[in-house]
Design a protein around this ligand. Structure first.
Ligand code: 4AD
Ligand code: MG
Length: 477
């Protein structure tokens, strides 16, 4: 007999038909009502056990967490809250779950507790909803790019270059820590290592993606990215997924348009296709907000925020304008910022970004034309000689969700930049080749996938939107 998904059964009206379903018991009450979930939807199907005709030994084994196989008749439900239910004819326990030991009891658990049980937390409503939305968002990402003429490229995970010049990388080596061969001047001799040079886990696929954009025109990456920055925040992971489109013949304005259209498109997709999960997450967030002091509560519910972003234009503001706004802002004058804004050229901290988005403009903001000195070497220098064609998309509650730029396509300017930033030109010979052979204006950006999932689900901590988070001091599972 065909096993149906709970999701299909809940929408079915094949009443009085015999159906089969497999899943896990969420709750079992009155020796009669099983709330069964199989992961296909946030909703459970109620399965009514005929306890008088069911073996007592079997009844005892129906407990929260147990895997069961059920055959029964689909009927219209008498109870409230559901349209259909299954009258059980046959139940088989596939896998027991000892109720005295099973950590995921049918009650409210803290997110901290669930993080420690990350292998089981997806069995809760919250995490199953988050992970289904995450999956739908991944699909929406591919759908958007594939429907708009982009080619998916897989850039290397092990690289010899530091794309962001930030130096916060995880080394890849086969040397034994204390037995690495040394050169004459006592440094580790990486020429004898596996790749014959120093290598690390990639911080971005951008540089390699650029090579492909300069032949395929429009490309995107969507893969794991690694940063060894020791920042224990609710927005940083050591291992995260990044989406990086790169487009030939596109300038910064086109890049801003692309980022805005892309984000709106994928959020619209989940609004349309994850209704039940988002309704649940909306409720969850509203509950969570109630525990905060009035002043810190969000004015909008999750669904309102998502619709707001999809329906409104992002505000485009230059770095210079933003600095003026920040310098004259109340928190700056009252010395409320941890990092006061005094001068043009200051790097913006998350507190400043959030002020601009949440307090000043009250909508997503695209900041552009940043000082060259605070941005990566590959960004195109403006005519003023001091700013670069960079852009960051800033989101409420999240801060920076996208970082991108128009790339420096002029060989001489790029070489000079590489030199002043103290980067070894030889390491980038292949990147410079792009500027020697058929160079052209091109642009792209990187979107942190987990930050997008955070925004879409309303989860406050980035550790709660990736199955097994990797953060400083934590690589369990
Ligand atoms: O701004 P970033 O560093 O930009 C780049 O890496 C460029 N190469 C992208 C490009 O132009 N192709 O990172 C891009 C985005 C950030 O805006 C943020 O959303 C996310 O990646 N991100 C992180 N997400 C989670 N944990 C971290 N440690 C992150 N670091 C960056
Ligand atoms: Mg950035």
């Amino acid at each position: 007999m065909k096993v149906s998904s709970v999701s299909d059964l809940l929408q079915s009206s094949l009443f009085l038909q015999e159906v089969a379903v497999k899943g896990w018991v969420r709750t079992f009450r009155s020796n009669r009502f099983i709330a069964l979930n199989d992961g296909s939807t946030i909703n459970n199907i109620q399965c009514v056990v005929d306890f008088e005709n069911t073996d007592e030994a079997v009844l005892k084994r129906i407990s929260t967490g147990a895997a069961v196989s059920i055959k029964g008749t689909l009927v219209e439900s008498q109870g409230r809250g559901q349209k259909v239910e299954i009258q059980v004819l046959e139940i088989e326990i596939l896998g027991d779950s000892n109720p005295d030991e099973y950590p995921i009891q049918p009650k409210r658990h803290t997110l901290e507790f669930l993080r420690e049980n990350a292998h089981l937390r997806v069995r809760t409503n919250t995490f199953s909803a988050v992970m289904r939305v995450r999956s739908a968002l991944s699909f929406a990402v591919h759908k958007y790019f594939q429907e708009n003429g982009f080619n998916y490229v897989n850039t290397p995970i092990i690289t010899g270059s530091d794309a962001e010049g930030a130096g916060e990388m995880f080394r890849v080596s086969t040397f034994e820590p204390n037995e690495a061969p040394l050169t004459e001047d006592g440094k580790v001799d990486f020429s004898q290592d596996f790749f014959g040079k120093e290598t690390n886990l990639t911080v971005s696929g951008q540089l390699e993606a650029e090579t492909y954009a300069m032949a395929l025109g429009k490309v995107y990456t969507f893969g794991p990215t690694f940063r060894a920055e020791n920042s224990n925040t609710t927005r940083h992971l050591a291992e995260f997924w990044m989406i990086e489109p790169e487009v030939a013949f596109m300038d910064l304005d086109g890049n801003m348009d692309l980022s805005e259209d892309f984000i709106k498109s994928v959020l619209s997709y989940v609004l349309e296709n994850c209704k039940d999960d988002l309704a649940f997450l909306d409720q969850r967030l509203t509950q969570e907000e109630k525990s905060k002091p009035q002043a810190e509560r969000s004015e909008m519910s999750l669904l309102e925020k998502l619709h707001f972003v999809v329906d409104n234009n992002f505000k485009r503001v230059s770095y210079t304008e933003a600095i003026d706004i920040l310098r004259n802002s109340k928190p700056n004058k009252k010395k409320k910022f941890q990092f006061p804004i005094n001068e043009w050229g200051a790097d913006l901290q998350s507190e400043h970004e959030r002020f601009l988005v949440e307090k000043h403009f009250k909508c997503p903001v695209i900041l552009f034309d940043y000082p060259a000195s605070i941005k990566a070497f590959y960004m195109r220098l403006n005519e003023d000689g001091k700013t670069v064609r960079a852009m960051d998309v800033l989101f409420p509650g999240i801060g920076e969700i996208v970082g991108g730029s128009q790339r420096e396509e002029r060989l001489d300017v790029l070489k000079e930049k590489i030199e002043t930033m103290g980067i070894d030109e030889k390491e980038l010979w292949w990147y410079l080749d792009l500027r020697k052979y058929g160079t052209a204006v091109h642009s792209g950006f990187g979107l942190g996938f987990e930050r997008l999932v955070q925004f879409a689900t309303g989860m406050n901590n980035i550790r709660d939107v990736i199955p097994f988070p990797r953060t400083p001091q934590n690589a369990e599972f």
